[in-house]
Design a protein around this ligand. Structure first.
Ligand code: BMP
Length: 259
């Protein structure tokens, strides 16, 4: 089996996690494998952006704690926009503590992440307890993307750590939606989704270690199933148009891959 040559439609049957199956369906309905990184700091900007790019994305990835004027009612508005445009809410929390603390961070505090984010990210660094904590919450329609590589220069996440993270994902396949990584690490597991950040129209970097590959490279060489695009869209003069453009380029690159 080679995940990279298999259409998304066929991969649904291999999904052990309910959210990954749901996500594949949305991707197929909208012909979109684009996740926006909605990294803005004002609530109004976030809601505007979500509504504008909504038709073109399968996932809206948030860092909810960067909002300067967050109030709990923001969540309902976001949920409404997600429902209107048929995309999933994805909090990039990168949990990395002991299980008990993650349980509190996931369920409590002002953000109550478990009450709205269908998908979250987690590091594998502290071991299985963290995944048990997320799994243990009463809702069984949750998904986790585990970080097995990062897009930033000089990352210490590599080698044996990366391989062990894939093992952990397979061990927790009912909870794990997929892997955040930069390379095709698990081609023989079509039920897992590869999410790849560090994507812009052209390869490059920012001044804080972020590294970008082009759409074609991440989809055709690096094994991405979903590409995460932040500033490539958010800093453009017309985010809706830009998102539509990324969506088309990403989908065409996917179609070429499975040819
Ligand atoms: P941008 O396209 O503006 O560089 O944003 C990338 C987004 O993806 C950020 O929200 C960042 O937190 C996230 N991300 C990343 O860039 N690299 C990783 O390895 C993992 C991430 O979650």
């Amino acid at each position: 089996i080679d995940r990279l040559r298999m259409p998304y439609s066929e991969r649904i049957d291999y999904c052990k996690n309910k959210v990954s199956a749901k996500l594949f369906k949305i991707m197929l309905e909208k012909k979109s494998n684009l996740c926006i990184a909605a990294d803005v700091t004002a609530v109004s900007e976030l809601l505007d952006l979500a509504d504008q790019v909504g038709p073109h994305i399968c996932l809206l990835k948030t860092h909810i704690d960067i909002l300067e004027d967050f109030t709990p009612d923001v969540i309902q508005t976001l949920k409404d926009i997600a429902e209107k445009h048929n995309f999933l809410l994805f909090e990039d929390r990168k949990f990395a503590d002991i299980g008990k603390t993650v349980q509190l961070q996931y369920n409590k505090g002002v953000y109550r992440i478990s009450s709205w984010a269908e998908i979250v990210t987690a590091h594998s660094v502290t071991g299985n307890g963290l995944l048990d904590a997320i799994k243990g919450s009463d809702n069984d329609t949750k998904g986790v993307f585990l970080l097995a590589e990062t897009s930033s220069a000089g990352s210490l996440i590599n080698g044996a750590y990366t391989q062990s993270t894939i093992k952990m994902a397979l061990q927790y396949n009912e909870l794990v939606t997929g892997i955040v990584c930069q390379n095709p690490l698990f081609t023989e597991h079509p039920g897992l989704i590869q999410l790849t950040p560090g994507v812009q129209l052209q390869a490059g970097k920012d001044n804080l270690g972020q590294q970008y590959n082009s759409v074609e490279v991440v989809m055709q060489e690096k094994g991405a199933d979903i590409a995460v695009v932040g500033r490539g869209i958010t800093l453009s003069t017309d985010p809706a148009k830009s998102a539509e453009n990324y969506k088309k380029l990403l989908w065409n690159a996917y179609l070429k891959r499975i040819e």
